[in-house]
Design a protein around this ligand. Structure first.
Ligand code: AHG
Ligand code: MN
Ligand code: MN
Ligand code: MN
Length: 332
């Protein structure tokens, strides 16, 4: 049995410039995940289900667990001083850590503390998504928003924790995608899948079909393509939609498939957040041999201009994303 810390420590020696900071940072994220996992598993007993009567800067109602998970992550990262600052879906602005080792830390973290929070009250899988960048402001000067507004292809590491039928942490540092299952009795994440790859063929599509009438015509046509009967291409594809990006993506990573959250009449820029959701999932997808696009370009090449910006998001097997893009490029 190989634990997350052992694995990360062993991998760290593959980088000649490694100082151990990134390994320590990943271990702090795992600590936060352990706390969040504990809160989630006993949520119904401790009056932390439901809404918090507050909303975040994007106008979404916050659940009690959104707020709690956000606090847990910040505490875990702040206490050890491995990061210079953090940006979160649940905070209006970036939080810059002051004092101690934080001021000389190389890294900033962007986080979706609780993904799929509308599923929490009905006992359906939720997640935590994280994305790590190297600061661009030289050490010695205070960091600012520009350290966080970097394109996804500058990510040093990204990952997610899925609180599902088991709790699993998946991460990449650009050297493949690895998964660790939580062993609650031992309180440790243990290696369960190394160098994960999407299966070569996918046959599941994942989209909120209730919004069909609000979708761009290329997406509507691709959905019809998924539903057509054609044995040579294993169609019709299965339709599966959990409503937690992490859970929908993780299923597709293991079984093959495409996840889509297009721009809609209600969300003209798409719903998902580029920095906290699309970029980290896109980095993992590309490392696992899949593709992630906003419909025009690779998600990882988009240069962000604001912290909470949104993007249309299509991620999954190459052949599925490429066919979708053919439909998107047709004249309307
Ligand atoms: P969050 O809970 O972090 O705000 O994210 C919710 C996101 C994502 O997890 C999911 O894929 C999507 O919202 C679901 O949206 P719809 O309910 O509009 O389908
Ligand atoms: Mn939210
Ligand atoms: Mn989310
Ligand atoms: Mn969230």
């Amino acid at each position: 049995m190989i634990t997350l810390s052992e694995f990360v420590y062993a991998k760290q020696h593959e980088f000649s410039s490694a100082t151990g900071e990134l390994s320590a940072l990943l271990s702090s994220i795992a600590t936060a995940a352990r706390f969040i996992n504990r809160e989630i598993t006993k949520a119904g007993l401790s009056d932390i289900l439901g809404f918090n009567e507050s909303s975040n800067v994007q106008g979404e109602a916050q659940t009690k667990l959104d707020v709690l998970a956000n606090e847990r992550v910040k505490k875990a990262l702040l206490s050890r001083g491995e990061v210079a600052g953090i940006a979160s879906e649940e905070d209006d602005d970036v939080v810059i850590f002051e004092g101690g080792r934080a001021e000389t830390s190389k890294y900033v973290v962007l986080i979706d503390p609780l993904d799929g929070s509308s599923n929490i009250d009905v006992n359906v899988s939720v997640g935590t998504i994280f994305s790590i960048y190297r600061r661009v402001t030289p050490i010695g000067q205070p960091i600012s928003k520009i350290d966080f507004l970097q394109p996804g292809n500058k990510q040093v590491a990204a990952g997610y924790v899925l609180y599902g039928s088991s709790t699993i942490l998946v991460y990449t540092t650009g050297q493949g995608v690895h998964a660790f299952t939580y062993e609650p009795a031992l309180g440790m994440f243990c290696l369960s899948n190394e160098s994960m790859k999407f299966p070569t063929k996918g046959s599941t599509y994942s989209i909120n079909e209730g919004n069909y009438l609000k979708f761009p015509s290329g997406v509507k046509q691709y959905m019809k393509y998924c539903q057509e009967i054609d044995t040579a291409t294993s169609r019709p594809y299965n339709s599966r939609y959990i409503g937690s990006l992490v859970a929908d993506f993780h299923r597709n990573l293991l079984k093959g498939g495409i996840f889509m959250y297009p721009n809609t009449a209600s969300y003209p820029q798409g719903k998902l957040r580029l920095l906290y959701e699309c970029n980290p999932i896109a980095f993992i997808a590309e490392q696992a041999g899949a593709k992630a696009t906003d419909g025009f370009q690779s998600v990882l090449t988009i240069v962000p201009t604001s912290l909470h910006e949104r993007s249309p998001f299509f991620v999954g097997n190459d052949h599925m994303v490429e066919t979708l893009m053919d439909f998107l490029s047709l004249p309307t």
